[in-house]
Design a protein around this ligand. Sequence first.
Ligand code: DX5
Ligand code: ZN
Length: 216
Amino acid sequence: MKISPSILSADFTRLGEQCRTALDAGADMIHFDVMDGHFVENISFGLPVLRSLRNGLGSAVLDVHLMITHPLKYAPAFLDAGADLLTFHVETEDDIDAVLDVIHAAGRGAGLSVSPNTPAEAVFPWLDRLALVLVMGVEPGQGGQSFDPRALDKLRALRAECARRGIHPDLSVDGGVKLGSTAPQCAQAGATLLVAGSAVFCAPDIARAVREFRQL
Ligand code: DX5
Ligand code: ZN
C-alpha cells in the first residue's frame, strides 16, 4: 500500500523536518492541500510553501491536491513550483481536458478528485488520461473529519471500470483514513494509495504511523 501523508495536519513550525521524518519512514510522497476560500470555505497554503518543499525535500514526490475554483488558471504555477502529481476536482467548471493537457505538457501526472456527493462515474470520461483518481472520504476543506463510507463503493466501481479497460491509475482515498478502521476497508475496496493527514501528523510517533500504513 502506498501512503501520501497530508501536511494539512503538520506542525508548520517544523514542516520540513516532519516531511523528512515521514519520507524516511517510507512515505511514498507528500500530499499538499491547496484551498482557495472559494471552491472550499478554508484557505490553506500555496505556491511559496510548495517551492520551499520542492527545494528542501530533494527528489521527494509532491502530490498536490487543488481544491480551487480555477485549476486551469493556476495549474502552470503549481507545476512550475514543483508538483509531480497535480490533482483537481471533477466538479470544476473549468475545461477538464484543457487542464489535463497543461499537466501532461509539463510531463507530470494528473489526478481527478471526486467529492462525497459526486458519483465515481463522473470521472469515467477522463479515466484513460489519469495517473490517479482521488476519492474524497470527507467533504473537502478540512482535516480531521469522519469518513463517509460511500467512498468505498466508489473505489469498488473505479476498480471494476479500470479492470474492464485494462488500465492501472492509482486509486487514492483522502479524508478520514485511519489505521485500524477505515484504512483497511479502503485497501479491501481497491485503494492503492492512502492519503492521511491527522492519522500521520497528529500521531504521537509520525514514523511509526507511516510504517503501520505501509504494512496494510
Ligand atoms: C481535506 C484534505 C485532506 C485532509 C485529510 O480537504 O483534502 O487531504 O488533510 O485529513 P484527515 O486525514 O485528517 O481526514
Ligand atoms: Zn487532500
